[in-house]
Ligand binder design. Structure first.
Ligand code: GDP
Length: 210
């Protein structure tokens, strides 16, 4: 259910596509605002989540344009922060070399962006984390960037199974269950919780210099 505007923690008044970054040393928009990056394997439900988060279809249109799916796409939100849509990683049906192509670009960005404030890492509630997911978690832990974990497509399973899955994922990934947000683009569940978590993250001091 959409929340009434007065209780929405993140009302999107303005959304501007800034452009895409196609290689680790390629063009990126000038660093002017704090950045929050969204990561997950392809098909995890990232575009659907972003559309729900900003209540617009612009993400799906831009980020799913051929050629853009392998780039990092930058969107300025409310003139206040930049949302970075990382390319989905880990297509199961391509060769190992192709499967690893995402690493230099994503890793280069995460290591180098001076404006990065946090990462929202997505996992499909129905699947165990893949090898690539574990690589991402290891990278995020090593860099030390604040990370929010969101499990997607929670409407696809019942409430009891969801509780069990959240517990199992928290144990496997050594997270506190409170750190994991259960989300559904279908029902909108978790949208406001995620919005609130982002607002809180943006209030924190820059962690690299903390
Ligand atoms: P992306 O590749 O990570 O951007 O994934 P998409 O957002 O394109 O979603 C992949 C598929 O999962 C699409 O068929 C979506 O309709 C479906 N999907 C995404 N989120 C949800 C959700 O919350 N619930 C359900 N039932 N399906 C979802």
């Amino acid at each position: 259910m959409p929340s009434p505007p007065e209780t929405d923690p993140l009302v999107i008044r303005d959304l501007e596509f800034l452009g895409g970054m196609a290689s680790a040393d390629g063009w990126r928009p000038p660093v002017e605002l704090p950045e929050i990056a969204f990561a997950g394997r392809s098909n995890v439900g990232k575009s659907s989540l972003l559309n729900k988060l900003v209540r617009r279809r612009a993400f799906a249109r831009v980020s799913n344009t051929p050629g853009r799916t392998r780039e990092l796409n930058f969107f300025k939100v409310n003139g206040a922060f930049v949302l970075v849509d990382l390319p989905g990683y880990g297509f199961a049906r391509v060769s190992k070399t192709r499967r690893e192509e995402w690493r230099p670009l994503i890793e280069g960005y995460l290591r180098r962006s001076a404006a990065l404030r946090g990462v929202v890492q997505l996992l499909d509630v129905r699947h165990d984390p893949t090898r690539e997911d574990h690589l991402m978690f290891a990278l995020l832990a090593e860099i030390g960037v604040p990370t929010i974990v969101v499990v997607t497509k929670t409407d696809k399973i019942g409430a009891g199974t969801l509780r069990a899955r959240l517990h199992a994922l928290a144990v496997e990934l050594r997270l506190d269950e409170d750190q994991v947000i259960a989300f559904s683009a279908e029902t909108g569940a978790g949208r406001d919780e995620l919005a609130e978590a982002l607002v809180e993250l943006l209030k924190q001091p820059e962690w690299r210099s903390a």
